[in-house]
Design a protein around this ligand. Sequence first.
Ligand code: PCA
Length: 225
Amino acid sequence: MARRKVYMLMKKVLISGFEPFGGASVNPALEAVQQLAGRNLAGGVIVTCTVPVVRFKAIEAVVAAIETERPDYVITVGQAAGRTGITPERVAINVDDFRIPDNEGIQVVDEPIVAGAPDAYFTTLPIKAMVRAMQDQGIPAQVSNTAGTFVCNHLFYGIQNYIQQLPEQRRIGHGFVHIPLLPEQTTDSTQPSMSLPLIVAGLAICAQSAIDHPVDISVGGGAIC
Ligand code: PCA
């Protein structure tokens, strides 16, 4: 019998995780990406990188990983204390207003991330599909409409701006996902938390959704303030 070779086009999803910051000893983003490295998806694979919580160096670290790995999609991930679910971000804004110093002691007020660049960039990942898929698997998830004004928003904006400068065929999808604290970070507080296995499962679903949904689904995900 004639054998037919089937070539599957494997997609590569780069997921980045921030180091601990603000005097903390863990960052759930870093813990999660360590578990996701090399994980297989349907039609793809996850690669990861670590990111310093430092103005501009964060962007440089992810740009370097993009240049090395040449991924099809990028999901940058950080911790957001107070979040009750996994929250794909809708929009990055062109401002740094750091309430605390970054890990190199830099603290700036109302500085543009890229002078003269657009005020904001929207995510280019299917955030509605990501949220729906996580919820369907029993994982708390919501769209977020602000990534703050610290290093997470800085990285989100910086990578969107970097991708915009690339030739059209290299303009890969990218978005930022904030995740809750781990239970061990909240033992002496009333902050919400999520277990590491649930966070890891949620981020894997986000990566799978990026592959499965070149175009996002149209469902409500807005918020009333
Ligand atoms: N969270 C911070 C920076 C690094 C991280 O994990 C933020 O939300 O800006």
